[in-house]
Write a protein that binds this ligand. Structure first.
Ligand code: ADP
Ligand code: MG
Length: 257
């Protein structure tokens, strides 16, 4: 992979929960345009680090930079406006809305409407509604789940829910980097192939950067470069999956888990 600048730069992050140090002086870069994999044994601090990057937790110390700007301590919605999107499981309430409605209600991000001007013009609201609906249908088409557009989100299979979560990020106009925490968990093989395909297309065709925590090594091998290995709250090593497989320290960290 050619040298790329860091879209996200994590610098010396420490996160303590009482006496437990979950993230311990962790520094890493997510190169712009990459699909970066984050792997490591359970309890390594991967999800905690994600929560810090996404603004859901504040670090005990250290910094997070987004394209060189210090964004440490910004709230998730502020980061969202800057194009950093973390997928979440479809909240319970949204399960009672249709798949199409789930997509249509995603805030559009930076290019979003001004509420007052929208209120002043119903015509415009209707035009925008039609536009959002068209975009949502496009997303369903890309994900190949158009046939469940009218289905309640709560009735989808685990894999279809994962696709819908990814679809919701595709509704964000200025989405530049997507954090995925174990997207393959509970997803069947067929949908996993599709999920990988969508991630790759968003990366290649829309230039979206991904950072993916994943235990499914087949998926990591297929999609991710670089791959960063975390253990005990910090980075153990970083490289291509082939390099990592050849690294005994890494294998030991896994075997020890
Ligand atoms: P991973 O995602 O790599 O499995 P986590 O980030 O979930 O690891 O957890 C790292 C460590 O921090 C674990 O020991 C976990 O029990 C602990 N931990 C995570 N979140 C909290 C929390 N909110 N309060 C206390 N301890 C936590
Ligand atoms: Mg985790």
């Amino acid at each position: 992979m050619e040298a790329m600048s860091a879209l996200i730069s994590v610098q010396n992050i420490v996160k303590r929960f009482g006496g437990l140090t979950a993230v311990d002086d962790c520094s890493l870069d997510v190169p712009k345009g990459s699909i970066t994999g984050l792997i490591g044994p359970n309890g390594a601090g991967k999800s905690t680090l994600f929560n810090i990057i996404a603004g859901a937790l504040s670090p005990s110390s250290g910094k997070v930079l987004l394209e060189g700007r210090d964004v440490t301590g910004l709230k998730p919605h502020q980061l969202f406006r800057q194009g950093l999107v973390r997928t979440f499981q479809i909240p319970h309430e949204l399960g009672r809305m249709t798949v199409l409605e789930n997509l249509m209600m995603v805030p559009p991000g930076q290019a979003g409407e001004n509420l007052i001007s929208a209120w002043l013009s119903w015509g415009r609201v209707q035009r925008e509604d039609a536009q959002i609906r068209r975009k949502a249908m496009e997303v369903l088409d890309i994900l190949e789940i158009t046939h469940v557009a009218g289905e309640l989100a709560g009735n989808l299979s685990g894999g279809q829910k994962k696709l819908l979560e990814l679809g919701r990020t595709m509704m964000v106009d200025n989405c530049r980097v997507i954090l995925l925490d174990e997207p393959a968990a509970g997803v069947n093989r067929t949908l996993l192939v599709k999920l990988a395909d969508v991630i790759r297309r968003l990366n290649r065709e829309r230039g979206m950067t991904f950072c993916i925590i994943e235990h499914d090594m087949d998926l990591v091998t297929e999609l991710c470069d670089p791959v960063i290995v975390m253990a005990q709250g910090t980075v153990l090593t970083r490289g291509t999956m082939a390099e990592i497989r050849a690294n005994q320290t890494v294998l030991d960290a896994y075997l020890g888990s």
